[in-house]
Design a binder for this molecule. Structure first.
Ligand code: MEV
Length: 315
């Protein structure tokens, strides 16, 4: 049988989550160690949607399936744009990214699904169109998404994202990032709505907070390219403070940040939407095992270590 295969991967936001929805830049990098694979094939009659279990799920496009999941909507929109109307396609997604942890699972599943459907039809999707299609899915999954997740899960290396455009971000840093899963699912839609409410309540304070955020993101970009790990760690902590002011940190996240610092990390902060999800710590490579162990002792259910030199999808 003819099948199409598509892939994408997780992402982590270094700095700029939430404020990016309100116009600041943000910096993110791909996590190729957490991949998504999708397979597309002509559907057997009677195949329908199946909710995710162990990261695996299936759906059909081009038929009668109307399940409102981001990946299905993105793939359905792809068929519509490409004028493919005479077929029902089954898409099976194997998602190696923990769901609802701020690591871009919904965008990565949508990206892999669209690539698989394109591959089945012998099409190569140009990156701008792929981004647009993943964004169609993200609007369903998260409401008004900035596009940083859609960009980073398809990127081959670190990116600076600003107002719908992603540029490669130069990295001169020899350090490690330890990502710790709080084990608590966080709703991006809920977190984004909460931040919007806070900003709307006090426009003057909102303006100065977003200005502060932009300054920190610019500083982080310079520190990343100059390899200034210690000052980047401080910038991450300042951004974490700002995210706490926006109401998206939790006592559990704060405890993990404290544990990482206690084990020698240069800095730590939540990554993604918060209210659960994951914490990201910056450390010297030699200190990474100690930082991971401290994060697990403080309640992280799992950790991943990414050397900054391996922040490329091909690495
Ligand atoms: C979620 O990974 C990042 C947020 O900034 C939402 C968005 O940018 O769409 C919280």
């Amino acid at each position: 049988m003819v099948v199409g295969i598509g892939r994408a991967h997780a992402k982590a936001i270094l700095l700029g989550e939430h404020t990016v929805v309100h116009g600041t830049p943000a910096i993110a990098f791909p996590l190729p160690a957490l991949p998504v694979r999708a397979l597309a094939r002509p559907a057997e009659p009677g195949t329908g949607s199946q909710v995710p279990a162990d990261g695996h799920f299936r759906f059909t496009v081009g038929g009668t399936d109307t399940a409102l999941s981001g990946p299905r909507v993105a793939a359905e929109e792809a068929l519509r744009r490409w004028g493919i109307t005479d077929t029902t396609v089954e898409v099976v997604v194997e998602c190696g990214i923990p769901l609802a942890r701020g690591l871009g699972s919904s965008a990565a599943c949508a990206g892999a699904a669209v690539r698989a459907v394109a591959d089945l039809h012998g099409l190569v999707v140009e990156s701008g169109e792929l981004y647009d299609l993943v964004q169609c899915g993200e609007q369903v999954a998260h409401g008004r998404a900035s596009g940083i997740d859609a960009s980073a899960v398809l990127a081959n290396g670190p990116i600076r994202f600003h107002q719908g455009r992603a540029e490669p971000m130069p990295i001169g840093l020899d350090a490690a990032l330890v990502i710790a899963d709080t084990g608590v699912p966080g709703s991006t839609q809920h977190a984004v709505a909460g931040v919007r409410r806070r900003l709307d309540e006090d426009p003057v304070r909102a303006g100065s907070l977003l200005e502060r955020a932009s300054g920190l993101i610019e500083a982080a970009g310079d520190e990343l390219s100059a390899g200034a790990a210690e000052s980047l760690g401080k910038t991450m902590l300042d951004f974490q403070e700002l995210l706490a002011e926006l109401g998206v940190s939790t006592p559990h996240i704060d405890a993990l940040v404290t544990a990482a610092l206690g084990a020698g990390a240069h800095g730590a902060k939540l990554t993604g939407a918060g209210l659960g999800g994951c914490v990201l710590a910056l450390t010297e490579p030699a200190s990474a095992p100690g930082v991971s162990a401290a994060l697990r002792r403080a309640g992280a259910v799992r950790t991943w270590t990414v050397p900054t030199r391996a922040m490329h999808a091909g690495a």
